[in-house]
Design a protein around this ligand. Sequence first.
Ligand code: CA
Length: 427
Amino acid sequence: MSGALDDTHEPALQSWVESANADETDFPIQNLPFGRFRTAGSRSWRVGVAIGDAVLDLQRAGVVKNAGMKQVMGLAPAQRVALRHRISEGLRSGSANEARFREALLPQSQLTMGLPCEIGDYTDFYVGIHHATAVGKLFRPDNPLLPNYKWVPIGYHGRASTVNVSGTDFPRPSGQQRGADDSRPVFGPSQRIDLELELGIFIGRPSTQGSPIPIEHAEEHVFGLALFNDWSARDLQAWEYQPLGPFLAKNFASTVSPWIVTMEALAPFRRPFVRSAGEPEPMPYLDSRANREHGAFDIGLEVWLQTAEMRAAGSPGQRLSRSNFADAAYWSVAQLVAHHTVNGCDLRSGDLLGSGTLSGPLTDQAGSLLELSQGGKQALTLANGEQRTFLLDGDAIILRGHCERQGARRIGFGECRATLLPARDPG
Ligand code: CA
């Protein structure tokens, strides 16, 4: 596992890019997340690293040669660490390479960010045990968690074509729905659009079909994490989900943040992965000493809502909830990779695994409106007096994430934002 700390994590490290030294930046020199950008008038994506309010063009800086994001993501762990060192050294105060790197530096505000990579297959897991329990309770009050939950990391195959980068707005989807008292389904715009606060796990090094990835090597195949909003149409979902699981309720849009925070950058924020007393031990293929000792990640997560009214009033929005990956997840990143491949299924560079909704144990730590509104029964009253059960047209959801720990430099994920637009006229 990429657990080793080195001089790139040194909290006192400063950059000659002044904005990277500001306390509140998500992108200090200890972070160095990867994304794809293009400049005005250009059609091709370039690979960059965020530093303060700027982006370093890796090819212009001479640290990669003609490499697309997939090549960078596919590097072996030792090569990834070496690349991180080259970038860190060039951006440090007093670097001998400052002049060359300065020529490769672009202001983020002038760039268009794309998806961090071309996304291959997309799988969505369900690791948030508090979410699974709360949602299960709405449908099965006596038996909220199904018996497989604590043995199998539950997941389904999603759709990559509708994964959008942050900032891509989308129309309210239409579909079939049937109310509890209706004898027949009706067709129309969904009335129950929800968000799901998730992390996206990006696969770096590919694996081979027929060869399961042992849990001890699972993280070598993970490039890093990003924020992920798995938008959901709850009314479509309730009608269609049995017997094969979610389909059109989930694949109309998902939003991912533009920056992948690497496993190396997350090293200072690892935590032991522990199960409470009385919980079943994971099966041997889902268990390792490294996973137990530092398989969890301490990542603070926040959901913000900015309604059209708030936007018109110049308000940045209101925080709806906050949670933490380590407290929310019943399964670790390494366990998901080991489980996904245990039957011989291979993973490829650029594949995306959604974590599932990362709700905390308390009601105000829920990562979906389904939970916050108790299945739509209890409207939330917002600070400006507006009320919400599910989302209205013009509502923007913004996800944020950051890692903070004594003795480490705080790093962040940037933001994952999109606005729900009115349904398109089906005519
Ligand atoms: Ca989901």
